[in-house]
Every structure is written in C-alpha cells, then in structure tokens.
Design a protein around this ligand. Structure first.
Ligand code: KIV
Length: 278
C-alpha cells in the first residue's frame, strides 16, 4: 500500500477498478493515528462525536467549534487517510455565505481534506457553491441523523416506492452538484445496489449492504466501546468496554490493597540526602 495521501482521485479510481474504500470515524489524536496506521482509506470526524464522545443523545447539539476542535486533533495524527469533517446541524442551512465559511473552517482551521453534509436536492446548490470554491464534498443520504426529529426515529429509509424514488433523485442531484462520494445510511440492500450501479461516484454504505463501493462504521461501535446496544448493522470486532471496565476495577482493587504501586513503579534517592531530611 502506498503512503501517498488518499485524495478524491483515489475515490474515482476505486469506482473504476472496484477496489473497496474503507472508512471509519475518529474524534481524537490517538484513535486517528491507530486508524491511519491500520491503512484505512478515509477518516470521518463525524458529528456522531455528539453520541460517541460528548455524551449527547443525538448529533443535534454538536457545534462548529466542537467539530473544528476534534478535527484538529484528528488531522495531527493522520498521514495517509483522507480526513473528512462533518458539517454539523444547521451549519450549512442559514445562508450560502455561512455554509461556505463553515466548510472553509473545516479545511482551513481543522486541516481536513473534505467536508460531509446531509441531504439531497435541498442542499444541491450549497454543495455546488462549496465545490466551486475547491472544497471536496461527500454527501449523506438515507437515514440522516440531523433530521431525526423529522424522520421520527432511527429507521431504514427508502423502503416504499415514493421514498426510494426520492432517494434516487436526491443522489442524482447531489452527484450533479459535484459530490465525490455519497454515504448511504440504513438503505435497503437492493436500493443501495441500484444506486451503486447507476451513480458515477462512490457509494459508502453504513447499514446499506455489501454492494456499495465502500463501507464506513463508527469506530466506537466496531470496538465495542459503547455501554448500550449498537445498531444491528455495526459489527463488533472487539469488546473494549468490558476490557476497560476490567482494567479499571483491577486498578481500584490494587490501590486499595496496596499491591499498586510496586517497587518497580517508584524512584529512589541517595540515602545520605534522605538522612539529612530527618
Ligand atoms: O457522524 C457520523 O459518524 C456519520 C456516519 C454514521 C456516516 O455520519
């Protein structure tokens, strides 16, 4: 694998060759380094930051300042992967100027190489404006968590004819506006397959089946770092919550019993210095 930075050209090439794109989330420096060193192609500093790290029960409270702070930490740890920074709730809706300024902050202050935003036809002109300023944009369709109150819950999107047709139209509209890839979240497998076959840009699935051009997961789900239940589509590759709980309890017990710290954890001083202190 080459050490060269992953760019939008890498995504275009992957669409042609069929090479699968790998993408994971990270919100801080150590995790970003580990994900990058594992050879993952793209790191999403998602607004899932709200649920995964900041203790909110949705992505709605996450602000631009929260995003920029965490994107900066991530970009300091990454050499090869493309870093994609999420535009949070309402940061690209109020006016075109505000949307451009916020997208610009993600690249200029955060150091990311691309931004991601949710929505279809209604955000197509905003996407076009960003792309015309040289900002690579990743789209996000299907279940869009910033509209959770409108959608009425975390549900699969595009199951009926009207919803499926709308999704196809949204995907074409944002492709035409210039996105270089589209995240498809919680979309039925056959619809994600159709979108992947008909779009010219890469589809990156999360709960959208195996036919997408790439896959993304929230790293905290993959590592089993959440205390609650993870979504059905999030395969667990480790159970770090249990492992961390075990280590913390062992520390507590060893401090209470006096087993920690041992002689190997302390520092001595010359006896003649010590004797002068008594
Ligand atoms: O914020 C996020 O982590 C995301 C992924 C679920 C795609 O948008």
């Amino acid at each position: 694998m080459s050490n060269q930075r992953v760019t939008t050209a890498y995504f275009r090439e992957a669409k042609k060759t069929g090479r699968k794109i790998t993408m994971l989330t990270a919100y801080d420096y150590p995790m970003a380094r580990m994900v990058d060193e594992a050879g993952i192609d793209a790191i999403l500093v998602g607004d899932s930051l709200g649920n995964a790290v900041l203790g909110y029960d949705s992505t709605i409270p996450v602000t631009m300042d929260d995003m920029v702070h965490h994107i900066k930490a991530v970009t300091r740890g990454v050499k090869r992967a493309m870093v994609v920074g999420d535009l949070p709730f309402l940061s690209y809706h109020i006016s075109r100027e505000e949307a451009l300024r916020n997208a610009g902050r993600i690249l200029q202050e955060g150091g990311a190489q691309a931004v991601k935003l949710e929505g279809g036809q209604e955000v197509a002109e905003t996407i076009r404006a960003m792309v015309s300023c040289g900002i690579p944009v990743m789209g996000h369709l299907g279940l869009t968590p910033q509209s959770i109150h409108q959608m009425g819950g975390y549900r699969v999107q595009g199951k009926d004819e009207a919803q499926a047709k709308k999704l196809l139209e949204d995907a074409r509209a944002i492709q035409e506006a210039g996105v270089f890839a589209i995240v498809l979240e919680c979309v039925p497998v056959p619809l994600a397959k159709l979108l992947t076959e008909t779009l010219e840009v890469c589809t990156i699935g999360i709960g959208a089946g195996p036919y997408c051009n790439g896959q993304v997961l929230v790293t905290h789900d993959l590592l089993g770092m959440f205390m609650g239940k993870s979504p059905r589509f999030a395969k667990r590759y480790a159970n770090l919550h249990e492992e961390i709980a075990r280590a913390l309890q062992a520390y507590r017990e060893e401090v209470q019993s006096g087993a920690f710290p041992g002689p190997e954890h302390g520092f001595d001083m010359p006896g003649e210095v010590l004797s002068k202190l008594y």
